[in-house]
Design a protein around this ligand. Structure first.
Ligand code: SF4
Ligand code: SF4
Length: 134
């Protein structure tokens, strides 16, 4: 099984298309919507995690692209301003999946594979050092 995180941009005409349904029914994938900004008739964004055989994911991505949806890998959605960070650790305390940790040198470490983009760290940081790109 493979797992891939996708950054989707929907044109207004496709904003309400039931893509999760198609990914399950037509490609036997398990989709997990991590974040979404969808309004009927407007351009939409979605951060989607899909789990399934690699070939099925490729086919699902090709399907999405064929529907006019821009599909990019969700690579770096958290942005840390290291000049602002004072390594207080408050963000690590609220990060339930453990995506943010302090290493032995008290340096903040971000593991994007664990991040569910909940924004708890963004809110918790007193220095406004963390932003989400999505
Ligand atoms: S809460 Fe902000 S200042 Fe504190 S460790 Fe996290 S990013 Fe750095
Ligand atoms: S967005 Fe949520 S899961 Fe991701 S690093 Fe911040 S607190 Fe952790």
């Amino acid at each position: 099984m493979a797992r891939r995180r996708l950054d989707l941009t929907f044109p207004p005409s496709q904003a309400t298309k039931p893509i999760a349904y198609h990914l399950v029914k037509d490609f036997d994938l398990t989709p997990n919507i991590l974040r979404a900004q969808i309004q009927p008739g407007q351009q939409g964004r979605m951060l989607l995690e899909v789990v399934g055989p690699r070939e099925a994911i490729d086919a699902g991505v090709a399907f999405l692209a064929g529907e006019g949806i821009e599909v990019l890998p969700a690579a770096s959605d958290i942005c840390l301003d290291e000049d602002q960070c004072v390594t207080c650790g408050l963000c690590t305390a609220v990060c339930k999946p453990g995506a943010l940790t302090l290493d032995n040198d008290s340096k903040l470490v971000f593991d994007k594979d664990k991040c569910v983009y909940c924004e708890a760290c963004v809110v918790a940081c007193p220095r406004r050092a963390i932003t989400l790109r999505f």
